[in-house]
Design a protein around this ligand. Sequence first.
Ligand code: PAF
Length: 282
Amino acid sequence: MITVHTIAELRSVLNAERRNGKRIGFVPTMGNLHEGHLQLIDQAKASSDVVVSSIFVNPLQFGAGEDLGNYPRTLQQDQEKLESRGCDFLFAPTDEEVYPHGREAQTQVEVPVISDLYCGASRPGHFRGVATVVAKLFGMVQPDVAIFGEKDFQQLMVIRRMTEDLSLPVEIQGSPIARNEKGLALSSRNGYLSAEELETATVLNATLRNASEQISNGQKDFAAIAEQAQNELEQAGFERDYYAICRRADLQPASEDDKELVILAAARLGPARLIDNIQIDL
Ligand code: PAF
């Protein structure tokens, strides 16, 4: 695997591949890679000829008081993992390479409506930061296909909408959530949890499975189902953020007639804010 740090180097290696007719697959990440990220690499390999990953802890998507400063930076281990999974190129730029005019002067990409819901309401400006950096990374890598994890379901929807609205020639693929043996969605932020908290964290997915079962069995009082789940989370030691039973197409609150649903949930446990979701087809 070749690691490059500048856009000029990246363009030079990828132009050579493109001239040879290779299809470029892209997996953007913020590093501190786990099995979930590596499954994105597997999917990119299955969908393209040459796989590029990026590691960039994007300051623009962190709010004041969030974990930008503590976010784990583990480049060497990440390089080894990517290499062992057959990634061809790693792009690991500095802040200055990505935001040469400074963050304040950066042109930004705003995906309206959907960016203000759920995680966007809890983390104002977060999805503007995500959409901006992903649009820039697409411009730098110029991939044919890009893979994103479905754990960040709302993020995936924001990126799909941005790609469509800006007519970017990139196919966006989602990849199923990777979980540990107890059902906990893999996340770099699980690293903030103690052994006891890691055990408690599994309750988040358990509530989603339970809520999904109730809905599949015909229960339609979505507000009551969400409230019950939030109470269970609080009893387990979580702090509420949101628990939303949504229509999958646009993430608006689901109505009784909707058939394709997703439950999006976020809750804080000790030092970590955890998110998870479950899709339901009625
Ligand atoms: O999901 C992530 O790791 C980040 O939000 C992404 C898509 C790499 C943009 O910084």
